[in-house]
Design a protein around this ligand. Structure first.
Ligand code: NAP
Length: 287
């Protein structure tokens, strides 16, 4: 049986794709209500992460922040101590490379194999099984779970030893966060100068300067309806991970840290649960 822990925006859709491909799964989520839909569709429920471990030999985790991963793996009801030797833990959450290496070491102490497989792609790619997995760890472990990863994604990209998958993931999200913030400021400047929002948007999106990802945010920005594909609070978390990793490598990242605080301010003002594209709304002058 396959274990799946963490049924938020991403995990619920990834687990559903495993189910759709006729895999038997056992799931756990801190808030049980979020599992109800999957349970109706045939998933098995475990009352704790520990119970997931007792019933599976491969476990996926898809959790918000490093602390959540640590609690679920090593806490009182954690799964790591209850997995059978030789089982495989596939960690898909976005965390930082040092944390990933620490979890891999904890797994190794207990003769559990560890693979990191954070994902590129948001709510809709998760739903359509079009995620891109950025894998770090042993290649043979990746090959073993490749069929499962391909059930949830379109690409499985090997990045190197443990820590490299997470490294690539935070590099990508640094670009995402900054592209979105730059786009939001450019739109707001255009409007302040008297240009039509739609005109500025179309011109930027069809020129060479805007990141392709921004096209996907057009509807949200034009409608002002920011239901979360990727919650702003998680983008701020990812910038915190970037900042931490840069510190550990004595790298100065002034613009990344400024952007981190921009998202932190937006979160502080109550925008954390909205999509991160709401940074446009946050920067919009009040009339
Ligand atoms: P989400 O909807 O906020 O779900 C987070 C999950 O973590 C939920 O299952 C939540 O449980 C659980 N959790 C949080 N704190 C916990 C704790 N202390 N103990 C136990 N469980 C805890 O987030 P998501 O969008 O699915 O993202 C999951 C991960 O994927 C994050 O690391 C995110 O950065 C990354 N990611 C997200 C996207 C995206 O577009 N959304 C894209 C790529 C990567 P509850 O249900 O009980 O709150």
């Amino acid at each position: 049986m396959i274990g799946f822990i963490g049924l938020g925006i991403m995990g619920s859709r990834m687990a559903e794709n495993l189910l759709k491909s006729s895999h038997e799964i056992v799931v756990y989520n801190r808030t049980k209500e979020k599992a109800e839909d999957l349970l109706k569709k045939g998933a098995n429920w475990a009352a704790s992460p520990k119970e997931v471990a007792a019933r599976s030999t491969v476990i996926f985790t898809m959790l918000a922040v490093p602390k959540a991963v640590e609690e679920v793996a090593l806490g009182e009801e954690g799964f790591l101590g209850s997995l059978r030797e030789g089982s495989l833990w596939v960690e898909c959450s976005t965390v930082d490379p040092a944390f990933t290496r620490r979890m891999a070491a904890e797994a190794e102490k207990r003769q559990i194999r560890f693979l990191e497989a954070p994902v590129s792609g948001s709510r809709i790619p998760a739903e359509k099984a079009e995620l891109v997995f950025l894998v770090g760890g042993k290649e043979e472990d990746m090959e073993e779970v490749r069929p499962l990863l391909q059930t949830m994604g379109k690409d499985v990209l090997y990045q190197g030893e443990t820590g490299k998958g997470t490294s690539m993931k935070i590099v990508i999200n640094l670009m995402l966060a900054q592209s979105m913030a730059a786009f939001a400021e450019a739109l707001n400047l255009g409007e302040a100068l008297g240009l039509q929002k739609e005109t500025v948007m179309e011109t930027l999106l069809n020129g060479p300067t805007a990141a392709p990802m921004l096209k996907g945010k057009k509807t949200k920005i034009l409608s002002g309806e920011y239901s979360a594909d990727f919650p702003l609070r998680l983008m701020q978390k990812d910038l915190q991970l970037v900042s931490q990793a840069a510190y550990e490598h004595s790298l100065s990242m002034p613009s990344a840290n400024l952007t981190k605080e921009l998202y932190a301010l937006a979160k502080q003002q109550g925008l954390g649960e909205l999509d991160f594209s709401a940074i446009y709304q946050f920067l919009k002058p009040t009339k």
